[in-house]
Ligand binder design. Sequence first.
Ligand SMILES: NC(=O)c1ccc[n+]([C@@H]2O[C@H](COP(=O)([O-])OP(=O)(O)OC[C@H]3O[C@@H](n4cnc5c(N)ncnc54)[C@H](OP(=O)(O)O)[C@@H]3O)[C@@H](O)[C@H]2O)c1
Length: 287
Amino acid sequence: MNMIELHNGEKIPPLGYGTFQIFEEKICEECIYEAIKQGYRLIDTASSYGNEQAIGKGIQRAIKDKLVTRDELYIVTKLWVQDAGYEEARHAFELSLKNLGVTYVDLYLIHQPYGDYYSAWRAMEDMVEAGVIKSIGVCNFMEDRLVDLCMNSRIKPVIDQVEIHPFMCNESLIKIMKTYNVKPMAWGPLSEGQHDIFHNTQLQKLAKKYQRTVAQIVLRWHLQNGVITIPKTVHKERMEENIRIFDFELTESDMRNISNLDLGHSAIIDHRSGCTAKWINEWKIHD
Ligand SMILES: NC(=O)c1ccc[n+]([C@@H]2O[C@H](COP(=O)([O-])OP(=O)(O)OC[C@H]3O[C@@H](n4cnc5c(N)ncnc54)[C@H](OP(=O)(O)O)[C@@H]3O)[C@@H](O)[C@H]2O)c1
């Protein structure tokens, strides 16, 4: 896996392992151990997923069994809206470190563009300078929020993790990210299985042509677009399938055909809607 260089000089793997909705502790720990065993080095979690402790256990076991060292891993976690604020962010980060059982994280992300995230960002900048976070970034920041943060921060975000898949290509946002040297990271890279993606005729045709699976075609499309992906699966054989995308190449015209599936809007969430802002602000992860 060739690493991708971020604007601060840090390097990140182009493909990692997502952990949203892996709730059961034992299963989560086992998945992390297995993912590391299979060669995944980037692990994406969030305080709001409620699984940082289980992930920490999987990581510690993998390190103890000498599958990997801490510095070979790239650990990403996120700050929830409820903890937006200077002191709140510092406290939430300390808790994430403790839950994960590590002394630093590679990338700390603001999970949602709501609440007092500017104060949180100042705390994150200070923690980068203190050496407990290597890089900081954001999630779900649309053009206006991203540009505003880039123009009003001491340390610019290295990554914006947003929904990207063939049915939601987010091309204009990615163009803006490029202008500000922010790398795109796709959540829902397989469209969370929606739009019957694994049975899409166009994608199945390509799968047949390249003797690959639909998931591999889609993940390869992301890779060639320079988009970092973090597909989630609880199945060992799918973990293996999803990481085997480095030994083939899609033609330019097949890349275009996949991008042409774009519907231009999300069927999952609209971060601009008042309803989304309301329910996310009301979603509490602690007292
Ligand atoms: N920042 C944010 O706001 C945000 C939002 C959502 C997600 N995320 C992050 O992004 C990660 C990925 O997104 P996601 O989990 O929402 O969706 P996803 O990775 O696009 O899709 C996951 C779904 O696809 C299935 N799947 C995975 N590989 C497959 C394969 N090879 N063949 C068939 N089915 C397959 C999984 O089922 P099985 O598990 O049953 O295999 C699961 O149902 C998350 O886990 C999380 O870390 C971030």
